[in-house]
Write a protein that binds this ligand. Structure first.
Ligand code: HEM
Ligand SMILES: CC(C)=CCC/C(C)=C/CC/C(C)=C/COP(=O)(O)OP(=O)(O)O
Length: 300
């Protein structure tokens, strides 16, 4: 989520703001929330979409700023993160804390305006990410299972924003994004293994770039695809996917699985990097297909 480019002293405030809030991750989180909203809403209300996007950005931005305060000394040890605003010496801890705190309050208020449940899930996400996942990262590879909880909330949050309800449909959206994060993150953990080691992070399930990790990546990729197909079978109430969309999702899933199997065969950082991009493409395209399928079905 951080650029690996070297910032000079001329780095602008805008760049630092983007880095402290991890703009690319935040935008993809907001994207998944808006997709969840489109899936849940009977009538699209663009004011709610706007509030969800703004409130979501505030909450993710705050989460990331707190994370970078806590990890500032470890971030300084890794190439990927050493130029972040705090270890790079361009932002003080108190400024980052101010941004994080103001963003938390603004985010909660904006999400509360949508409905109280949306604010509650936003609060749960930031709490788990900052207070449980972040400290656990240096302790155990199992931290990824904890980090996957706040990571999976945004897709379902959109549905909750649209309906005010938590039921089987948002639960299914949660499960899809939850399982997806294992191939996503373990691919990154493999690709950037040496860098993570410098910071004392052991993020792979076996702790190593070995056959065991590669097999787990394949298994979780299979799970991700299977869970993604559940709405085709009409067991998830209002969340439904046509068989045509199911076939498209299956093809996308086989694409991700192909890169997971290549990682198993090649066991290289290059293969892991490709799987990381395949995983990001998978979740983004899945959300687009889910939304398009709903609207095309309504129109024809
Ligand atoms: C356990 C959960 C997760 C972990 C540990 C994780 C970790 C990471 C890391 C370390 C990177 C940076 C790779 C680089 O330096 O280039 C990354 C990239 C990315 N992640 Fe995640 N991620 C998680 C969940 C998510 C979620 C929930 C989303 C979106 C809904 C997401 C979307 C992305 C995207 C779009 C990128 C590529 C853009 C970028 O480099 O910032 N990730 N992830
Ligand atoms: C609605 C709401 C508030 C949602 C929260 C979404 C959220 C913050 C998801 C984070 C997902 C995650 C574990 C990313 C990895 O961070 P990392 O600390 O491993 O990344 P790093 O190594 O780049 O610091």
């Amino acid at each position: 989520m951080s650029s690996t480019g070297v910032h000079t002293s001329s780095a602008s405030i805008v760049t630092d703001f983007k880095e402290i809030t991890k703009v690319r991750l935040a935008v993809s989180v907001v994207f998944s929330s808006v997709a969840g909203y489109f899936l849940g809403a009977d009538n699209i209300d663009f004011v709610t979409v706007f509030l969800l996007a703004v409130g979501g950005y505030f909450m993710v931005g705050a989460s990331n700023a707190y994370n970078q305060i806590i990890e500032r000394n470890l971030d300084a040890l890794m190439d990927r993160t050493k130029n972040r605003p705090i270890p790079g010496g361009r932002m003080s801890v108190s400024t980052a804390f101010l941004i994080a705190s103001v963003f938390t309050i603004c985010g909660l208020v904006v999400l509360y305006i949508i409905n109280p449940k949306t604010a509650m899930f936003g609060a749960i996400s930031i709490f788990i990410y900052v207070s449980v996942y972040t400290p656990l990262k240096t302790k155990t590879p199992l931290s990824v299972f904890v980090g996957a909880i706040p990571g999976a909330i945004p897709f379902m949050l959109g549905w909750v924003a649209a309906t005010g309800d938590f039921s089987i449909e948002p639960g299914t959206l949660f499960m899809i994004q939850f399982f997806w994060q294992f191939p996503h993150f373990w691919a990154i953990g493999w690709w950037l293994y040496d860098d993570y080691k410098k910071g004392g992070f052991f993020m792979l399930p076996t702790g190593k770039r070995d056959k065991g990790t590669a097999i787990q990546i394949i298994l979780y990729s299979v799970w991700t695809v299977l869970v993604s197909l559940v709405p085709v079978f009409g067991v998830t109430d209002k969340l439904f996917l046509t068989p045509v969309a199911g076939v498209v999702i299956l093809l996308l899933g086989l694409g991700m699985l192909y890169y997971a199997i290549r990682l198993y065969k090649e066991k290289t950082a290059q293969a892991a990097k490709k799987l990381m991009f395949a995983s990001v493409s998978y979740i983004t395209l899945l959300q687009i297909v889910y939304v398009l399928d709903k609207f095309i079905r309504q129109w024809i």
